[in-house]
Design a protein around this ligand. Structure first.
Ligand code: KIV
Length: 270
């Protein structure tokens, strides 16, 4: 286990894989939550472009912007002492040219102090990942269900079920590793295929809907905290019912305000 008093680096994640230490990861988008996750020992905090859905209320991640990601990443990084903060590069900030990717990922590192970026795609993104890594920008890959391609994939569905698709996914994961990424997210991948990828790669795999054999797991924080009860998906385990807790607290406050019992004397200034 790494020294709990110093910030984790990308090298620690490779060491964790070699040691068989599972990597704990969650998303965060603001300082309040990031501080709680960090002090609870979460290893990797992802400022995911899922922020565009769960915070900004948009239907997909596609309309997230670089400025939006930088805004949230600054808040998260400023609150974190130990965890590695990884920031999603939004749609069209890295797909057009490697030069764009360098400039935009460079802005993320420069303006937020975060230590790494994440981008979606396998073989086709290999040269871009290489270009970033060669310029000193650590990259985490993301294959399987890649939400920025949701329209091309025909929805949020499990990837790599058929043999040919599984072979392609494995080739994509290998390409991400060969291009120099320090880790890779496997999203909505059959457990046996994720286990195979995890065994073949020397970089850690972080699963979401990809079974227990990945080197680590990530979940979208508001989903696992039960803040979004309308969202149900097989892989999601709810560890709390914050929706219920928040609603109860707001009802209780509303009753007090309407009854004139809040604020009491103890909450008022003489
Ligand atoms: O944007 C995000 O939160 C992600 C996770 C689902 C891995 O990419």
């Amino acid at each position: 286990m790494s020294d709990p008093t110093r910030p984790l680096t990308t090298r620690d994640f490779l060491a964790m894989k070699r040691a068989g230490t599972k990597i704990v990861s969650l998303t965060a988008y603001d300082a309040l939550m990031a501080r709680m996750l960090d002090s609870s020992g979460v290893d990797l905090i992802l400022v995911g472009d899922s922020v565009n859905q769960v915070v900004a209320g948009r239907s997909t991640t596609l309309s997230a912007t670089l400025d939006q990601m930088i805004y949230h990443a600054k808040a998260v990084q400023g609150a974190v002492r130990r965890a590695l903060v990884v920031v999603d590069l939004p749609f069209l900030s890295y797909q057009v040219t490697p030069e764009d990717a360098i400039r935009n990922a460079g802005r993320v590192l420069q303006e937020t102090d975060a230590a790494a970026v994440k981008l979606e795609g396998g073989t086709t993104m290999g040269p871009t990942i290489r270009a970033l890594v060669d310029r000193g920008i650590p990259v985490m890959g993301h294959v399987g269900l890649t939400p920025q391609s949701v329209h091309a994939l025909g929805g949020y569905r499990v990837q790599g079920r058929e043999e040919a698709a599984a072979d392609r996914l494995l080739a994509d994961a290998r390409a991400v590793e060969e291009a120099g990424a320090f880790g890779i997210v496997l999203e909505l991948v059959p457990a046996a295929l994720a286990a195979r990828v995890t065994k073949e790669l020397s970089i850690p795999t972080i699963g979401i809907g990809a079974g227990a054999e990945c080197d680590g797991q990530v979940l979208v924080l508001p989903d696992m905290l039960g803040m979004n009860p309308g969202f149900t998906v097989k892989f999601l385990k709810r560890y709390a019912d914050l929706d219920g807790i928040i609603r109860a607290a707001v009802s209780s406050y509303s009753e007090d305000v309407r009854a004139g019992t809040y604020p009491g004397q103890e909450h008022s200034f003489e």
